[in-house]
Structures are given as structure tokens and as C-alpha cells.
Design a protein around this ligand. Sequence first.
Ligand SMILES: *Cc1c(COP(=O)(O)O)cnc(C)c1O
Length: 341
Amino acid sequence: MEKKNIDWSNIGFGYIQSDYRYVSNYKDGAWDEGTITTDANIVLNECAGVLQYAQTVFEGLKAYTTEDGRIVTFRPDLNAERLESSAKRLEMPVFPKERFVDAITQLVAANEASVPPYGSGATLYIRPYIFGTNPVIGVKPADEYQFRAFVTPVGPYFKGGVKPLTICVSDFDRAAPHGTGNIKAGLNYAMSLHAIVTAHANGFDENMYLDPATRTKVEETGGANFLFVTKGGKVVTPKSDSILPSITRRSLVYVAQHYLGLEVEEREVLFTEMEDMAECGLCGTAAVISPVGKIVDHGREICLPSGMTEMGPITKKLYDTLTGIQMGRIEAPEGWIHVIR
Ligand SMILES: *Cc1c(COP(=O)(O)O)cnc(C)c1O
């Protein structure tokens, strides 16, 4: 298979159109058989439910070329399950798990030329989503939907080396208690844009959102879960009904316990505990873990002992182990690696 003529090590995180996408439409209460197509554009009625009332949910995962030349995806069954809970919360039809995994498999295989080679640092980002397609003007769920998945190669996240982030405590809220913070829906991102633009304008890389009810507990950032390492060497990650259940974070917790023999606590984390933390990282598919060097709360700076030049030692071990598993250098737990070919 001839690869695309792309400078893999120097691409960023952007949309590079690939040759094939997977599409299945839902009508009269059923999904059609689905197909791989070449058309990157969607023609929608001007009144489509997604355009009027943001009825759309999505997923994000990656395909990797392993050290021994296989093409694999990482725990796609968990993305399927999360897409199911997202769809249910927005009154959308569920795209069945087996069909989801099959669609991703067909999609990545069709786009083999766009899967970055091993060692380039680049990966293939996969974006599955479902949206309401028929006209909706009175507020109610759509009757017709499309499931679509496309891919785009993305570059190494830490191009030019790791650079710990400076984050700020946001004055905006990400997710209400009993709201939609625990599902992957475009609506959660639409309302986060003003907050992130504001954070950037103030010189910060990301927002730390606190729980809206009490503003005492750490929740997550706009698109990644927190993982902390205490000064005592314990891994701590916030538990809350309004954070998105990150597959990366859940996998890192497993790696910490079963590969590194670390103690892990998943519990409410108070903002006042930040002073006790030795390391902080943001977990998500895009970067696996981005280290945080500094947390700023309205002018008060909390500098993590891991500093502003590298990942903390435990964060680094977690990062190396999970990326090693994904790239086939370290044996994976049963069921984590889905082989495309
Ligand atoms: C997607 C997402 C994450 C990360 O989830 P992964 O499954 O690890 O990619 C974290 N927080 C939010 C709000 C997200 O949308």
C-alpha cells in the first residue's frame, strides 16, 4: 500500500481530507446497511435538527501503526458504548456497538494510505458522529439521523518536545449538575469556546473547571480529564457525574494499578488539595497526557514541583507505558487492541 505523500512528522492537529468516509442513515426507525463513500460533503435541509437545536453527539479515537507493522485501534468498544450513552441522553437512536466497531474497521482499512507510519509520531484521528437530519422547528427530537465517521492524520502532539501547560481556574462553568457534562456532545463545546478564547487572551493554555454548585471541587478542562500525583506518590483523579468519562484516563488508572503498582484514588478532589500535588496531567486521546506545570487561581500561582520543562516522573511512566501498549511495544491487557490488519 502506497502511503500518501505527507510530511508525517510535521503535520499539526487539523483536518486533512482523506479519501473515504463511512455513512449510515436512520429513517423509519432503522439504520440502513451503511457504506464507505468518497463524498466529504453533506447536503442538509436548512431546518435540519442538528442546525437548529444542536442535536449531535460525537466520538474521537485513533488508529496507530504498531512497531510490527499492524494497523490497530485502541478500545473502540468503549467509544461505541460512550456514543450510545451520549445518543440516549439527547434522544437520538443508538448506533449498535458491533456496527460501530465494524464501521471503524472498514473506514480505517479503506484509508490505509492515510495511516501514518510507525515512528513518525503521527496517528490517524477518527471522528464518528451522529446528527439529526430532517427538518425540526418545534423543539423535539429529529426522526431521521446520519451516523458518519471520517479520518484525518494528525501530527505528534509534543512536536519539539514536551512543554508543560499553564492553566487557569475558569469563571465560567462547563457542565451543570445533572446536565450533559458526562456525554460527548457538540453543545458542551459550543459553550466552552468563549471560555477558552478568554483563557488564551489572558495568556493561559487551558481552563480548569470547578464544580458549578460549590466551586470547591476540581472537575476537568474543556476536553481532557485531570490526573494528579500527590506528593506521597498516589495517583488521584476526580470523580464527578458531570465529567466526561475519558477512555484515556480510565486506561491510565488501570496502567497505574496493574503495570506500575501505584495506589489510585478516584474521588472528589478539592481545589485546596492542589498545594499537595506533585504532578498534574490532562488526559485525552489527542495527547494521552499533557503535563500541567502551573495552576493560576485569580492571580494566585500554584507551581507544581514537576516544573515547567518536563513531565513529572510518574506522569512520564504512565505516558510511556500507555503509548507503549498502543504502539505494540508493551503487551496490552486482553481486549484493548483492535487489529484492523
Ligand atoms: C473527549 C473528551 C475527553 C477525553 O476522552 P478520551 O476518551 O480520553 O479521548 C475528556 N473530556 C472531555 C470533555 C471530552 O470531550
